[in-house]
Design a protein around this ligand. Structure first.
Ligand code: GCB
Length: 677
């Protein structure tokens, strides 16, 4: 039909009409533009991150927004016949043809993921548009910025029909200066969020957690003076507890800004001037009471320039390793931890608020933990603020997960952006003691280069905390020797049936091992990345996945192997070729709350696995921290087993509604007793 009409119109008139229809006269369009495809406009990238956000002049845009699902990406200016959704054409006379209308579209609460809010979108991966109207009065003397605390995973922002920019990566905060986009009175903010991931994104499309899409953190309009304090850093000197490093950066590299730093409770006041780079770097003399899990002391810190005052609440502590030990404030400490995902208890979707994290961390505290691994991506800033107050140490991480596109410079750019924004946001949180750059990444030289570059990014921003990555380790040869240990245990055992005993004997004969021999399994964590990180972290699944490696090869039933594995676990040796502390960043087993069958997926099996794991781990002196997997059952597309998983990973110690499984008590008793000595 369209073709017919087009043929009837003279060519010159047609091009005139098209220009008109697409409002192209004023735009610079190349020959590539056609009725069906227009050249993508360029989208600016975000500005440097604005720190100390909670003390800035803000207008809060959280609350009710409208949304439209756009699976074919028809709303983008570059792919739409009619100029795209940012034009926000509205009905005035009733004669306008519009096929979208944000005013009458469905509503959603922001922050919040649309695939949590709308059941039909649970498995959806694609673009969704989010729309918010707000009143604004521009101020001559100010700059206005849009701050989004987290948006997954590719975000395009438009204000009043104009392009603001694009951010790729998700999970971390970003801001754009929008002074020129705003007008007096009503303004329209339109955000396209696309939760599609691919082989070059970070993470890639395959993750064992839900790709929550949409704006998953606070949205603020932020007003600053034209010359404003971009960010400031204040951290204790780990070698001298009466000294702290103070760093400050203005948004412009200009000298002579007068800056006052105050810590009223310590009666500390000092005045500085920025250098020609707009920077201050000073060691200050203070004598604070140190922050620790037992006594999470925080101080109000106020920074003022001639044009503004910002403030935060900061704790002072040191975190270091020496040989195979970890020291907090020069006192030896073990990380008694639990790993978690950012999903609140009893509410579907991502966690984002102070309340969500208070509830999660209070439940974690019932386990007698002093440490949380916030896997596998940055959560909103409220997590570390709550942890600061509750006295919990934190491991924060970026989603460099499994295999990613190590050689792709765009992929590296995304990951660097994630780590540096995370560090710049949480650099003053005393709770944060570990930065993690990756989880279970297979060895290769390009992976090594990639991760080194993320570690350098941390070093530039904050050299005061421990660095790590959850490693994969153990060669095939090492794991073959585990099979022999199991075979020997089976051959010696009284309860193994004769048929399986015979198989074990054959396996041992072939390996020249006699039934009188003593064998134990040793695992050495020797990933070369260990050289560059402070904490040798390792995920292991003895008693859960590892058994399944051997059943087919050995032709032994899984039940027999699981029982034997439990028997040998206390003798397993875990070491590292690096003289550094080992942290077992994951172990665990799936259990459906209420399943009391004593079999796999039961609470009993999970509890037994915890008992054997904890016995094994406490027999290994290089292990100075653990964070079992995981606090709470979480949504996972990789977990379809009906009646048990139903798209939840069931390794939680509580289920999604907060019900405690039997293993919860096993771990809390261990931390209260064994690891309290
Ligand atoms: C792992 C991953 C974690 C998974 C977990 C599991 O090793 O690091 O993301 O969720 O195992 O449950 O299999």
């Amino acid at each position: 039909m369209i073709k017919l009409i087009l043929n009837l119109i003279p060519k010159t008139l047609l091009s005139l009409l098209l220009c008109f229809a697409f409002d192209l006269q004023s735009q610079d369009q190349s020959d590539a533009d056609s009725f069906f495809q227009r050249q993508a406009p360029s989208y600016p990238t975000p500005d440097d991150l604005i720190g100390w956000i909670d003390s800035r002049q803000i207008i809060n845009l959280n609350g009710e927004w409208s949304y439209i699902v756009d699976p074919m990406n028809n709303g983008l200016p570059e792919s739409s016949f009619f100029g795209g959704f940012p034009k926000n054409k509205t009905q005035t006379t009733g004669m306008e043809l519009i096929e979208y209308n944000f005013e009458t579209a469905k509503k959603i609460q922001i922050p919040g993921a649309w695939n949590a809010a709308d059941k039909k979108l649970l498995f959806y991966r694609g673009p969704v548009w989010l729309y918010k109207k707000f009143q604004y009065t521009p101020k001559e003397e100010s700059l206005t910025h849009l701050y989004i605390e987290g948006s997954n995973f590719t975000t395009r922002v438009f204000i009043n029909g104009l392009i603001v920019g694009k951010f790729e990566g998700g999970y971390v905060p970003f801001n754009f200066e929008i002074s020129e986009h705003l007008k007096e009175g009503e303004n329209i903010l339109l955000v396209q969020t696309d939760n599609t991931l691919n082989e070059s994104s970070v993470p890639t499309q395959k993750t064992d957690w839900w790709p929550w899409g949409g704006i998953v953190g606070d949205v603020y309009i932020v007003e600053t003076p034209k010359q404003f304090i971009q960010n400031a850093y204040l951290q204790l000197n780990p070698d001298n507890f009466t000294e702290a490093l103070f760093k400050l950066k203005m948004n412009h590299p200009s000298s002579g800004h007068n800056i006052k730093l105050e810590i009223p409770e310590l009666k500390f006041t000092a005045k500085y001037q920025t250098n020609s780079l707009g920077v201050i770097e000073e060691n200050i003399k203070i004598n604070p009471q140190l922050w620790s899990p037992e006594s999470p002391k925080l101080y109000e810190v106020i920074i003022s320039s001639n044009a503004e005052t910002i403030s935060d609440v900061i704790g002072f502590r040191s975190i270091q390793t020496q040989g195979q030990k970890i020291f907090l404030n020069n006192r030896e400490i073990r990380f008694k931890g639990i790993a978690m995902h950012s999903e609140p208890i009893g509410i579907p979707g991502p966690a984002f608020s102070t309340e969500h994290f208070k509830q999660l961390l209070a439940t974690a505290k019932d386990l007698n933990v002093n440490f949380i691994r916030a896997a596998h991506y940055p959560y909103t800033r409220h997590l570390a603020k709550v942890a600061d107050q509750m006295g919990l140490m934190l491991w924060e991480e970026v989603p460099v997960y499994w295999n990613i596109d190590w050689d792709n410079p765009e992929t590296l750019k995304i990951a660097k952006n994630q780590i540096s924004r995370l560090v710049q946001r949480d650099q003053n949180r005393s709770s944060v003691v570990v930065w993690s750059v990756a989880n279970e990444t297979p060895l290769s030289s390009s992976r090594m280069k990639f991760l080194q570059s993320l570690l350098s990014e941390i070093e530039i921003n904050d050299a005061s905390r421990l660095t790590t990555a959850a490693l994969l380790s153990g060669s095939e040869e090492q794991f073959r020797s585990l099979a022999l240990v199991l075979a020997l245990q089976g051959a010696k055992s009284k309860w193994v049936e004769p048929k399986e005993k015979a198989i074990f004997s054959v396996i041992l004969d072939q390996a020249n091992i006699s039934i009188e021999d003593e064998l134990s399994f040793s695992l050495s964590i020797d990933d070369p990345l260990g050289e560059s990180i402070d904490l040798i972290s390792y995920n292991e699944y003895f008693g859960w996945y590892y058994v399944t490696f051997f059943t087919d090869q050995m032709m032994i039933s899984e039940g027999t192997l699981r029982r034997l594995m439990f028997e040998v676990m206390p003798t397993i040796k875990i070491t590292s070729s690096f003289d550094k502390p080992i942290h077992i960043s994951e172990f665990g087993a799936g259990a459906k709350y209420g399943n009391r069958t004593n079999k796999i997926w039961s609470e009993e099996y999970q509890a037994k696995l915890y008992q054997h794991q904890l016995e094994m781990l406490s027999n290994n002196s290089q292990i100075q921290g653990i964070s079992p997997w995981v606090l709470k059952d979480f949504r996972a597309m990789l977990r379809p087993l009906a009646g048990i998983q139903d798209f939840y990973n069931r390794k939680g110690l509580i289920d999604e509604n907060g019900n405690k499984k039997e293993a919860f008590k096993v771990l809390s008793d261990f931390y209260a007793n064994e690891w309290n000595k």
